[in-house]
Design a protein around this ligand. Structure first.
Ligand code: HEM
Length: 329
């Protein structure tokens, strides 16, 4: 996910430490390959780890659908029986040692994998209300402008020029704050998907994953004073005392609402349906071992849930696959 908005995630010294040589290589390959190269330029290349959202924690739980879900989608996940779910919470950026309370660790990610009889179903969400750009090509251009902008770069810098042409970039992250716990944050699916029910009726929607305990955020000053692993160690400590619940909601599009642009939210009066409850019960015994084989893809869907015309969905899957290929070598 996007790790920076207007702000550079690293100072000049850190950028020089990771080097600019990969930017030349970023001129070659598919958009996804070039995106991973630029991410590695910004944050370094860390063997075995994700190019983005490198620092995370894996937990286990189960999802049970509400009766309101099945009429919207025939997907097996909404059948009403408890479904085992693996969840990985993460910090933004490809920096594996980033402090959990650091500003560029926002937006935090929440990736879910539901183990279903007919396949895997993933939701890959984060704490942004909407994405800063609408396509994979634009995201590559944003990351590249970021990497090309140094403190002494003449103004307007490449980043300033990009932002001037893409006004949603600074707005996307403007209200995002560090949560007091990974279990006190709302995570958004951002991209629109489409439910298909047993009668073949199609309903575009966006996922929203809401903590039952409510959102709770820290001021920038409070966040900066927290221990570096307070979120990643805090959730397992909370789970050792008892379960943590989220509701998984779907915001339903009205007829005519656009679905292809993830920079544009739908009005808040759109119907929100609680599709079910996710109950997290325990942390993985060893996150490093558990996260390695995990690959969350926004296109891992089961019958009854389909992609919309949003091009970012496929761009994400392509980039996640390149990152997975690299980290599995
Ligand atoms: C074109 C846009 C995007 C690109 C290129 C991109 C790229 C990436 C990459 C390369 C990874 C590491 C994947 C891996 O190695 O398994 C990643 C992880 C992640 N991204 Fe994105 N991302 C994009 C948009 C988004 C959006 C819109 C969201 C949220 C709605 C999001 C949420 C996440 C999360 C939660 C993870 C961590 C997954 C995990 O825990 O394994 N990303 N992203």
């Amino acid at each position: 996910m996007v790790a920076t908005r207007l702000r550079r995630p690293l100072g000049l010294a850190a950028l020089l430490a990771v080097g600019f040589a990969p930017l030349a290589a970023a001129a070659e390959g598919t958009t996804a390959e070039r995106t991973i190269t630029v991410m590695n330029t910004l944050w370094g290349s860390h063997a075995g780890l994700r190019a983005n959202h490198a620092k995370g924690v894996v937990v286990e739980g189960s999802f049970t659908a509400t009766p309101e879900a099945a009429p919207l989608s025939k997907a097996s996940v909404f059948g009403g029986k408890p479904v085992p779910v693996t969840v990985r919470f993460s910090n933004a950026t490809g920096l594996p040692a980033i402090a959990d309370g650091a500003k560029p660790a926002n937006p935090h990610g929440m990736a879910l994998k539901f183990a279903l009889p007919d396949g895997e179903f993933d939701i890959v969400a984060n704490s942004l209300p909407f994405f800063p750009v609408a396509t994979g090509e634009e995201f590559l251009a944003l990351l590249t402008a970021n990497a090309q902008t140094k403190p002494d770069t003449p103004k307007p810098t490449p980043l300033e020029q990009f932002v001037a042409a893409h006004p949603m970039v600074p707005k996307a992250g403007a209200g995002v704050k560090t949560p007091s716990s990974l279990a006190r944050e709302t995570y958004n699916g951002i991209d629109a998907f489409v439910f298909v029910n047993a009668e073949g009726k199609r309903q575009p929607f966006r996922f929203r994953i809401v903590p039952v305990a409510g959102n709770d955020h820290l001021s920038a000053e409070e966040a900066g004073k927290q221990p570096p692993n307070f979120l990643m160690e805090g959730l397992p400590a909370t789970l050792a005392k008892g379960p943590v619940a989220f509701t998984i909601q779907a915001q339903l599009a009205n007829p005519g609402d656009q679905t292809k642009d993830p920079t544009q939210v739908w009005p808040e009066d759109r119907r929100l349906v609680t599709m079910g409850t996710l109950t997290l019960s325990k942390a993985a015994a060893d996150t490093a071992a558990a996260e390695k084989p995990l690959l969350f893809l926004p296109t891992n869907l089961v019958d009854g849930i389909e992609v919309s015309d949003d091009p970012l969905i496929d761009a994400r899957t392509q980039a996640y696959a390149v990152s997975f290929g690299k980290r599995s070598q």
